[in-house]
Design a protein around this ligand. Structure first.
Ligand code: GLU
Length: 562
């Protein structure tokens, strides 16, 4: 065992001149002055430029916890793995989340004028690569106190250790008897360094590895989503600073979340297995750990009917970009996320159909801990309901912003916004409103037949109507067409055409005596529908013609005759 003096010498050898001491840093970043119960949360993405649904899902939890409690939500860039840095990534993260209504109160950000990375808030720097001096200060403290040491093992030596452990059927890793540098002295370390040997800093774990029959020592920890967890204590001498001096995730997270006074760490369940390391690090540093909230993986139902993880390679819907490109309204995505985040949200929504979504009290206890099922069909259903509540004018503004960015070739539809408003509102104000609108790309396609330059017939005339009848139906339709007819006058005329050409005026008559007729009025009106808009399904034809106007109606019908 090294004496206190020896540990101090070792610490000074490894970290000779530091900008701060651990005590100074504690003072520099005092506890936050917030109302009781206020939660401090953070998002810690790596700047890979790829921001996905899982990030949004987690960010939503962070944002709700902080803002529901008058707390603080900040952005920290976790760039200790510099291979993954992508230029402009901070902007992508901030912009993508802002689009979905997630705003940070402090942290990494961008200068609105120069676009350069800047920080807002008193707990920065908020970019891990700029916090080297801070990590060093706490690593030094751990060495001084005998809770960390430099380890000079080479890759080959580590492989040999692994082989030995395998042969002995022991636990893999660097710990206890397999950690030869736990008691390295300052002199020994200096000699090795002078010989050009590189080293990492490892935690000197006090956990005891389980061996043979013996059950591993356990500890209990509360997870706000999963409840009380019982886990084996850590016994690994985990690396805290790499040979480059850059911290590992484990160490950086512990130091940062302590100094930034995070109260709740929301992160993916892939971090659950390393929780014992983090708990030991907090303990060795003499700090209270935050409350952990390990979120469930986002899953989807695979073709084989089994749940599987969403994957970057196979599932384009994992990328947030996917929703922006297709033009999902952020309110729909938020609403949908809450349905998968909190099991009681849908019930709340039924009871409070018109309430602002932010009035819903989000809780971690109501979160699923066994894989949240993400389902695009369900998102689409939610989106239909959400869009129904958004006034046409606002939908148009949203569509316009989307089209400008993603589909400038359709900007023509905004030339006459009054016309567009009628189209958007088509069937939306009925007693049983139509729910045709889902996302921008689909909406533009859905309404395209209202615009001559976008018109592309999608379906041909119905097969069950003899082809020689088609021009006859259309001719008669055009000849009797009066744009001022009301709904029933208009339909009476279609019935007349049907009867004249040998079709039943009512579908039920045709059903009763199919041999007597060629078909029924529905077949006739489908012919008209297809001639008008190139589709066999659509909202009410009379209303559509009223919106289209007489000229376009007539020209579509006559165009379909030739
Ligand atoms: N940088 C980590 C990641 O991207 C963040 C995990 C955390 O939130 O602690 O997975």
């Amino acid at each position: 065992m090294l004496t206190q003096e020896e540990r101090k010498n070792l610490a000074n050898l490894l970290f000779p001149e530091l900008k701060y001491t651990a005590e100074e840093l504690e003072e520099k970043y005092p506890p936050r002055n917030l109302p009781p119960g206020a939660k401090v949360t953070r998002l810690g993405p790596s700047p890979t430029g790829f921001i996905h649904l899982g990030n949004l899902y987690g960010a939503f939890v962070d944002e709700r916890l902080a803002h529901q409690s008058d707390g603080v939500f900040f952005l920290r860039i976790e760039d200790t793995d510099d291979k993954r840095y992508v230029e402009g990534a901070v902007k992508i993260i901030i912009d993508s989340l802002r689009f979905f209504g997630i705003n940070f109160d402090e942290g990494a950000g961008l200068d609105p004028v120069t676009g350069e990375d800047i920080n807002t808030g008193d707990y920065g720097d908020y970019t891990q690569s700029k916090r080297g001096e801070i990590y060093a200060a706490f690593a030094k403290k751990l060495v001084e106190e005998g809770f960390a040491y430099p380890c000079f093992l080479t890759e080959d030596e580590i492989s040999d250790i692994r082989a030995k452990q395998e042969a002995a059927k022991g636990n893999p890793g660097i710990y206890g008897e397999y950690a030869p540098y736990r008691e390295v002295t300052c002199e020994e370390a200096k000699a090795l360094i002078d010989h050009g040997k590189t080293y990492v800093i490892r935690l000197k774990s006090t956990g005891i590895p389980s061996g043979g029959e013996e059950a591993p020592e356990k500890f209990k920890v509360m997870d706000a989503i999963r409840g009380e967890l019982e886990m084996p204590v850590n016994f690994q001498d985990t690396v805290i600073l790499k040979t480059t001096g850059i911290p590992t995730y484990h160490f950086a997270h512990v130091v940062d979340d302590h100094l930034m006074r995070t109260t709740h760490v929301v992160r993916g369940e892939e971090w659950l297995p390393s929780l014992p390391i983090h708990v030991e690090l907090f303990e060795k540093l003499g700090w209270e750990p935050p409350i952990y909230c390990h979120t469930a993986q986002l899953m989807k139902l695979g073709e084989d009917g089994n749940k599987r993880k969403l994957s970057k390679r196979h599932d384009p819907e994992l990328s947030l970009d996917y929703y922006r490109r297709l033009g999902y309204h952020p309110a729909a995505v938020r609403e949908y996320l809450l349905t998968i985040l909190n099991s009681n949200f849908e019930e709340w929504r039924i009871e409070n159909p018109d309430a602002d979504i932010d009035q819903f009290m989000f809780t971690t206890e109501k979160m699923s801990n066994s894989g949240a099922l993400f389902d695009l069909d369900k998102l689409n259903d939610v989106s239909k309901d959400v869009l129904l509540k958004i006034p046409a004018k606002d939908i148009i503004a949203f569509l316009k912003a989307w089209a400008q960015e993603f589909k400038p070739e359709v900007m023509g539809i905004f030339k006459d916004e009054e016309y567009l408003e009628k189209i958007i509102d088509l069937g939306r104000n009925d007693a049983k409103p139509r729910k045709d609108l889902i996302y921008a790309e689909q909406i533009v396609d859905f309404i395209s037949y209202f615009f001559q330059d976008m018109y592309k017939p999608e379906e041909g005339f119905p097969q069950d109507v003899p082809s020689e009848d088609i021009p006859l139906i259309l001719e008669k339709y055009l000849a009797t067409y009066d744009h001022s007819d009301d709904q029933s006058q208009w339909f009476d005329k279609i019935r007349d055409i049907a009867t004249e050409l040998g079709y039943a005026a009512k579908p039920k008559d045709f059903k009763k005596e199919p041999d007597k007729y060629k078909g029924h009025v529905g077949h006739v009106s489908t012919v008209i529908r297809v001639a008008l808009m190139g589709r066999s399904q659509s909202p009410d034809v009379h209303t559509i013609q009223q919106i289209m106007g007489e000229a376009l109606t007539r020209s579509r019908i006559s165009g379909a005759m030739s």
